[in-house]
Design a protein around this ligand. Sequence first.
Ligand code: XLS
Ligand code: NI
Ligand code: NI
Length: 441
Amino acid sequence: MFFEKISAIPFEGPGSNNPLAFQYYDPKKIVLGKSMKDHLKFAASYWHTFCAGGSDMFGVETLDKSFGGKEPIEIYINKVRAAFEFMEKLGIPYFCFHDADIAPQGETLAETQAALDKIVPVIESEMRRTGIRCLWGTANLFSHPRYMCGAGTSPNPDAFAYAAAQIKKALEITVRLGGSGYVFWGGREGYDTLLNTDMGFELDNMAYLMRLAVDYGRGIGFEGDFYIEPKPKEPTKHQYDFDVSTVLAFLRKYGLDQDFKMNVEANHATLAGHTFQHELATARVNGAFGSIDANQGDMLLGWDTDQFPTNLYDTTMCMYEVLKAGGFKTGGLNFDAKARRASNTFEDLFACYIAGMDAFAFGLLVAAKLIEDRALDSFIENRYSGYQSGIGQKIAGRETSLAELSGYILEKGAAQPTQSGAQEKLESVINHYIVKVAASL
Ligand code: XLS
Ligand code: NI
Ligand code: NI
């Protein structure tokens, strides 16, 4: 046992003053015909949770995550055991990983792969013991110096080849662990200056690497979704996968849109100058909603702070979009979030997850109520109701022409005034629902 002092986190309901209990996340509670657990599909991020110890460019780690291990392999085996104990105690049903999170890096690719081959069976046995599953896997194609100018978009074909080798192995592991997704996050795929960059060539190469991954993955029996995780900047000044719309254009250009969906991350959305909801809605209306990296940024800071999501407005509108999209299929809510550097105990790490899970459980309750009552739907329907009759109906049925439309307005003389958008009233509706749901618990 690694966290002896902490027992399984119970649901105690609102008003409990136990910091190590859920107030809203009641996994068995049925919401719109489905359990909270199945709606939310929470996942732990292996990298932030079991690897990153709080180092930043000004200082070293504040929390040791070697879990009592001395030798590299021992450290990573202990990590697996600690990870599964942690997830089991929180009742987190899934995890997500990079190849580099789960095993030590060797001097050569063969050495690294041998280490992976030692650790993967340990993960498998913990999965069997606990029933915890893999949501998605990915390869870390950004930390090592070989990727300093990108992986799929590197000017160095050896970096491209090395990335391909890592993807091949990471896909094999994802399939072996039964993962339902495989993620491409742009890593260092982007540029800092066009003075040294052949943008068109880099994008063609990136698409080719993704095509190779799809073909190989399908060949070894991967039936899940491939995801792209958009991010506009950091580490490069301009990341190619800027936002959902940019990624959609890329996927369609290269014929990858059947195999790839979006993994939308809240903090990446806001870095792109969008709301989290905007990115989710863009994915949904384009049939490309896949999975979510759940976190939040700090509006006063211009980088990816990856904080645990606690903003109830954001979790509400996120779950609203998830419900509108018909719920998660292959995806889930992966906490791509890290404890603040000063939250330097394992108890803090439990509290981080409890805060995030409770915020999403509460958001789900509010979103379900908004949908059940058609609180926004009826307003929106009414707002577009002009398209149900007369000239509006002709436009909606795509059975008019510029000439007819021109004749219609010439005859009318002027356009009828547009009804109020009522933004403030609707913002109040959201407030009322949050208060109403809180009062009902
Ligand atoms: C970084 C990304 C990364 C991906 C997985 O900003 O969020 O953590 O989710 O490579
Ligand atoms: Ni992410
Ligand atoms: Ni991120």
